[in-house]
Design a binder for this molecule. Structure first.
Ligand code: ADP
Ligand code: MG
Length: 500
């Protein structure tokens, strides 16, 4: 036996003990019977056997029979109700014919969900209305509409018109009479509260809409999960002015798509949707008619939208270009409208730290610096791109190397401001270089672009950059196409990067 050997010792007791115990039991039973006769009867079963219960009360018997009858009647009604209604959309109810007996245990609370509002104790009594002439009664008993009691009651009743969430207290059963002064103060407060809550509500809705994603984007994300491309979307990594980034676990890899185990989803907040809808407002707005008579506003908007769209669709190719050049950057999984799914840089939902947040040893720092220098050159020469937002915020430190992210704003060097952007990138990098042999921004610019701008101060340097850009623009004006490269340089600037 798993419980051990059963003990066989029998407890011996005296006859007197047994008898007194029996007596105690009998006495208790007698007492119970006297106290709860019905309970005992009910416990016997649904039928009244007439053996154990007190049959002396005719009223009690009659009530019990009536109860039984009502219960059967109600059940019959319910059956008929069901038969008549079938599965029709419109149903009729025999509720009013039911004999809901006060003792009926079947009618549980959730079944009686209606309320007879005719006798609602929570409804303030309607004050007596004064007739048109403004008073009731005659002579000494005259009551005018200005009577304190009448006015007070009327004011109390008018509190019902306040917003439902405005707490007016519980005056049930009391003959509350609110003076005009109190009522007016309450009314003022109720209205200002109502307005305030509307404002708060508006703000809240607005902020959630901004933080989370709009319904269309949500649908796009659901579809990605439903199709099995993504396993789950775990949460938000970052919310920026122009984008929201989520983390997700990758789903099933198919023949034509390799899904990384962890993904980053970047949702761009495009102005495209907003403008599309705004178009129709502006179109009908008379104020815009004259002001934009020359520049059709719809054209401006379309230009914006097109620019946005172009930037987005080109990311896909930008990242591919970067990958082909061997620059560490997230790999693109898919680009659907304004949602970019890419591989996640980091592990177990924790994104790799930004270069800004990581503390590197001097050796790693040197490694990172030369890697960045090399990446900038590759980007410019092999990919024909300028990052245009290169900073310690857009570089992650992962696996002992620097990864480039956030390339959506990249431009080609021959962009009207391409060289200026490159110079800005160079300034960001050289300022935070952190290594002794770091090039200054001008040296870095020349090293990356292969241009030989000799100006030894920033103002002149920038002037030369702008002159180059202008030359390119003129070329576009005259020949209808951009220069393929800026090739006015006499000699290549020797970059200090031999030791990579
Ligand atoms: P923004 O336009 O808001 O600057 P980013 O592309 O720079 O957008 O992304 C914002 C943040 O999201 C980054 O700083 C980084 O922490 C995180 N993030 C973006 N892409 C990835 C990715 N592929 N892997 C891991 N984290 C990422
Ligand atoms: Mg960024």
């Amino acid at each position: 036996c798993p419980w051990g050997a059963p003990s066989t010792t029998s407890i011996s007791c005296s006859l007197a003990d047994v008898m007194s115990e029996q007596l105690a039991k009998e006495l208790q039973l007698e007492e119970e019977n006297a106290a709860f006769p019905e309970v005992v009867a009910a416990a016997e079963g649904p039928f009244i056997t007439g053996e154990n219960i007190d049959t002396s009360s005719d009223l009690m018997l009659a009530q019990m029979l009536q109860m039984e009858f009502d219960r059967e009647y109600d059940a019959q009604l319910r059956r008929e109700e069901k038969k008549i209604n079938g599965d029709s959309k419109v149903s009729i109810s025999f509720e009013n014919y039911r004999k809901v007996h006060p003792y009926d245990s079947d009618s549980s609370e959730d079944e009686v969900d209606w309320q007879d509002t005719r006798h609602d104790p929570y409804r303030a009594d309607k004050p007596t209305t004064t007739p048109r002439r403004g008073f009731i009664g005659k002579g000494k008993d005259i009551t005018t509409k200005h009577d304190e009691v009448v006015c007070g009651r009327k004011n109390t009743a008018r509190m019902e018109n306040f917003a439902p969430e405005f707490q007016v207290g519980d005056g049930i059963g009391m003959d509350l009479k609110l003076s005009n002064q109190v009522f007016n103060a309450l009314k003022q407060h109720a209205y200002s509260e109502e307005r305030r809550s509307a404002r708060l509500h508006e703000k809240k809705e607005h902020s959630t809409a901004e933080k989370a994603v709009d319904p269309k984007t949500r649908l796009l994300l659901y579809k990605m999960v439903n199709s099995g491309m993504l396993e789950t979307i775990t949460g938000c990594i970052s919310t920026g002015k122009e984008s929201v980034v989520f983390h997700a676990y990758g789903g099933n890899t198919t023949e034509d798509k390799v899904i990384p185990p962890e993904c980053a989803i970047k949702v761009f907040k495009t102005t495209l949707n907003e403008f599309k809808n705004r178009d129709k407002y502006i179109k009908d707005d008379y104020r815009f008619k004259d002001r934009f008579s020359k520049l059709n506003p719809r054209k401006i908007i379309r230009m914006w939208a097109e620019k946005e769209m172009h930037n987005l669709t080109s990311i896909y190719f930008l990242i591919h270009r970067m990958q082909n050049a061997g620059i560490p950057c997230p790999q693109v999984v898919i680009l659907k409208k304004h949602v970019l799914v890419m591989s996640f840089i980091g592990q177990d939902q924790v994104p790799a730290p930004k270069l800004k947040d990581v503390t590197l040893s001097s050796e790693d720092m040197k490694k990172a610096y030369y890697q960045i220098l090399n990446m900038m050159q590759q980007l410019y020469r092999e990919c024909n791109l300028v990052h245009a937002d290169l900073s310690e915020y857009n570089m992650l430190w992962h696996d002992g190397k620097v990864w480039l992210i956030d390339v959506s704003q990249s431009v080609e060097p021959t962009h009207p401001h391409g060289l200026e952007f490159l110079f800005r990138d160079c300034r960001n990098v050289s300022e935070k270089g952190g290594v002794a042999e770091a090039l200054n921004e001008r040296e870095l610019f020349n090293a990356v672009s292969g241009l030989n701008i000799t100006a030894d101060n920033e103002v002149d340097f920038q002037a030369e950059i702008e002159a180059l850009e202008k030359m390119n623009e003129d070329h576009v004006q005259n020949h209808g196409k951009k220069l393929s490269t800026f090739s006015n340089t006499k000699k290549q600037f020797p970059a200090k990067k031999q030791d990579q």
